[in-house]
Design a protein around this ligand. Structure first.
Ligand code: HEM
Length: 443
């Protein structure tokens, strides 16, 4: 039975790893174009490289989150998801849509907005695929009473995502986009909430996995986990403050948003920290790969938190706005927290005994060493640019960019190693997933 259940979720992980490979490749090309703007320009300019990179990594996050929720939900209910054919339809809707989006970028077809720069028509299959997901998850849960916190996180994250995704597309209606402040507030609010909703899916899966590793349900019914859930819920409603920091809207909205998003990070860091201390060595070793990724995520929660607090100070925010500090913050969170946790889920499906230990160790170390350098290189470029843009008599833009070359060189070279480390891990993961998938077919 477990084999059949896994067979349903493994294609999601295979797809997501393929998307990550595409995303990493374009990220690296983008980083080289920072240094050498003409690099591959004839073939693919930075205007195409950026959306190709950002959309592919966002899809990596979404598809792995889907695969994890499906896997863990089936383990939780002890049976198969209610409608397997619907799940297969969901998979193909996303796989085909994402493939077409990538092709459309190559062809220069855009029309959307930042992070979702693809043609607005693609919003229909994405919303439809997500609706199939919601139907399947809700119908697979027989009884909504007395459910652990992760189930509530999944359910809420699922509904919130659809709601905020529709919200982020409201600009297509003239009434919403005709007034700029109004339009931008909704736009950035919805982006913040979208991140909040996928975080609900990811944090829910983390709590499930942590309880699974520790062999009890200590966290899934704990008050700290429910506090995290309610903060996540508030976060989904009030968004992430810095997204609308520069807009002249009510200050109380920004302040509430900040307090909530910071507290949310503190709580998830605390949950992981306490969990780590409560584990016995035997349990840790039994799930070593997932454990290592969860611990890496915990460190990055702290790093992201410190940067977010600094960015929230108005006197510093004016310097950081529109610089690489923001990119450092976004990539720090999506690589350091989201990607690490998502790998923890993938390696929970792959049993440790099936993987090549040596390649794993080297790949993991390369990632953990190159990521902080990658992050610091972006921070330093951002801080320099921040001072430059605030000076009354500053260097011309071209000269400022020349001064940033050392930081960009570090960014691109550490980025190369980051890609290398991830490719090693992806290679092992894909090999094992394909093996599990094909051996099941023989059953
Ligand atoms: C799991 C891996 C990664 C994730 C999840 C990720 C995520 C992101 C996100 C969300 C953005 C948008 C940032 C913003 O606009 O604020 C971004 C931008 C970018 N990323 Fe990554 N990234 C990853 C790996 C990489 C790597 C390894 C490189 C380089 C080797 C890279 C290079 C870039 C570049 C050049 C940009 C464009 C920044 C700009 O617009 O100036 N990324 N990435």
């Amino acid at each position: 039975m477990e084999l059949y259940r896994n067979k349903l979720s493994i294609p999601f992980f295979i797809l997501s790893l393929a998307l990550l490979m595409i995303g990493l490749t374009f990220g690296f090309i983008g980083s080289v174009q920072y240094l050498v703007p003409d690099f591959l320009k004839e073939w693919i300019s930075f205007d195409k490289v950026r959306p190709l990179h950002v959309s592919s990594v966002v899809f990596w996050i979404l598809v792995t989150a889907m695969g994890s929720v499906i896997t863990f939900l089936q383990e939780h209910i002890g049976g198969s998801i209610k409608y397997p054919p619907l799940l297969k339809a969901q998979f193909w809707v996303f796989a085909i849509t994402f493939l077409l989006i990538i092709i459309s970028y190559f062809l220069g077809i855009f029309g959307g907005r930042e992070y979702w720069e693809f043609h607005p028509y693609f919003a229909f299959p994405i919303a439809f695929g997500w609706l199939l997901f919601i139907i399947n998850v809700f119908s697979s849960i027989k009884n909504f009473r007395n459910q652990p916190v992760y189930v509530w996180m999944w359910l809420t994250g699922l509904v919130f995502f659809l709601f905020t995704y529709i919200e982020s597309n409201l600009w297509q209606i003239l009434w919403f986009r005709k007034e700029i402040i109004h339009d931008m507030t909704i736009q950035w609010k919805s982006y913040g909430s979208l991140v909040g909703s996928w975080n609900m899916l990811i944090y829910g899966s983390s709590i499930y996995l942590m309880d699974k590793i520790s062999g009890n349900q200590k966290y899934s019914y704990s008050s700290i986990a429910f506090a995290l859930y309610f903060l996540g819920l508030l976060n989904g409603m009030f968004n992430w403050g810095h997204h609308i920091y520069t807009l002249p809207t009510h200050h109380f909205v920004k302040h509430i948003a900040y307090i909530i998003s910071m507290t949310e990070l503190i709580l998830i860091a605390r949950i992981i920290y306490l969990w780590k201390d409560s584990l016995t060595t035997a349990k840790m070793h039994k799930h070593l790969r997932s454990y290592q990724f969860i611990i890496a995520a915990d460190v990055w929660v702290f790093i992201t938190l410190i940067l977010a607090i600094l960015m929230s100070i108005p006197a510093l925010n004016v310097y950081m706005h529109g610089t690489h500090v923001v990119v450092a913050h976004t990539m720090g969170a999506t690589i350091g927290i989201n990607t690490m946790l998502l790998f923890a889920y993938i390696f929970d499906v792959i049993k440790d005994s099936t993987i090549n230990e040596k390649i794993f160790k080297i790949g993991y170390r390369i990632i953990q060493i190159s990521l902080p350098i990658f992050f610091l290189s972006l921070l330093s470029a951002g801080i320099y640019k921040g001072f430059w843009q605030m000076q009354e008599q500053h260097l011309i833009y071209g000269s400022m960019l020349k001064k940033l070359k050392p930081a960009f060189l570090l960014f691109s070279s550490s980025g190369f190693f980051l890609v290398l480390g991830f490719f090693m891990i992806i290679f092992i993961a894909l090999k094992s997933l394909l093996f599990i998938y094909s051996s099941k077919n023989k059953i």
